[in-house]
Design a binder for this molecule. Structure first.
Ligand code: GUN
Length: 297
């Protein structure tokens, strides 16, 4: 049995952050600009609190400005929209991220679509979804962008390869499929209702798993030598802690794949690195400057 190359997302994310940091220095020295990222957290979802803390810390570490807005879970949609409008108008803020999920009394789409598209570093605004789908300069959602960077790094050109994206969310599955189509892959979007999912996955040179079901894809569904990107982050109780596992059964898939991302330490670290990259891109575009090479789709 051969064993796949294990893609080190932690190390790759560190190289992205170093490039972001270099560009932040250039923007400050040559243009007197400091990219700023505003993160809005409504309520006290524990996982969201961890993510928001990590985002703020890494934003400062690359030399950008970080603005955190923590609002009570009972905050009205009207008040949240007022904050978004204030951030849209703030020249120190180049990226705005409203952490999801939002409380039930708030309509997420209304809030996301209130963000100025050029500051929408999550790439969730309908304008950015439309720009991506039509091959124009979009803000690209961070997890698919990080996944694409890892695929390009592994494979070079993706042209003509068969890619299967398992999962159809607006955050990962759909934008990932658009990016792969943009790379001239033959793209299949599969999901939990797909007939003969095993057969569909077996055809793929590239598998992106983003369904949110632990170990759903076993090694015997993987074509020998395929590149496997596991976006799943499933929390398994482990005593008084939790353990993270992906959507792919790593132990069996690693025997078959050519390269595979682990969970944790694969796609996860790339997501925040790409958020920082998107914030630099947003700052450059807002000021009519060229975004850095290699940090955009
Ligand atoms: N919640 C889980 N993932 C994400 C993400 O990528 N962006 C935002 N805004 N919220 C999230």
């Amino acid at each position: 049995m051969t064993s796949a190359k294990i893609i080190d997302g932690k190390a790759f994310a560190a190289t992205i952050r170093a490039r972001v940091s270099d560009h932040v220095t250039r923007l400050r020295e040559e243009h007197d600009l400091t990219p700023g990222l505003a993160v809005v957290l409504v309520g006290e979802d524990p996982a969201s609190q961890v993510y928001v803390r990590m985002k703020g810390k890494q934003t400062l570490e690359v030399g950008m400005a970080s603005f955190e807005h923590r609002l009570d879970a009972s905050t009205s949609q009207e008040d949240l929209l007022a904050l978004v409008h204030q951030l849209n108008a703030d020249p120190k803020v180049h990226g705005i991220l409203v952490q999801l999920p939002l409380p039930d009394h708030v309509d997420s789409n209304t809030v996301i679509n209130a963000i100025a598209p050029e500051k929408d570093v999550d790439g969730f605004h309908i304008s950015n979804a439309g720009l991506l789908a039509t091959g124009q300069n979009a803000m690209v959602p961070c997890t698919p962008l990080g996944s694409l960077m890892m695929l390009r790094d592994q494979l070079g050109s993706l042209s003509g390869l068969d890619a299967v994206v398992v999962g159809r969310s607006n955050i990962v599955g759909k934008p990932m499929a658009q990016l792969l189509l943009g790379e001239s892959c033959t793209v299949t979007i599969a999901h939990s209702r797909t007939k003969n999912l095993a057969e569909v996955v077996r055809r793929a040179d590239i598998v992106v798993a983003a369904v949110g079901r632990r170990k759903m894809i076993p090694g015997d569904w993987i074509k020998p030598g395929a590149t496997v990107i596991d976006v799943g982050i499933n929390r398994i109780p482990n005593g008084d802690k939790t353990r993270l596992v992906g959507d792919v059964d790593f132990d069996s898939a690693v025997q078959v794949a050519g390269a595979i991302t682990p969970v944790p330490g694969g796609v996860g670290p790339m997501t925040i690195a790409c958020l920082l990259a998107n914030t630099v891109t947003a700052c450059c575009r807002i000021h009519g400057l060229r975004p850095p090479e290699g940090l955009t789709a």
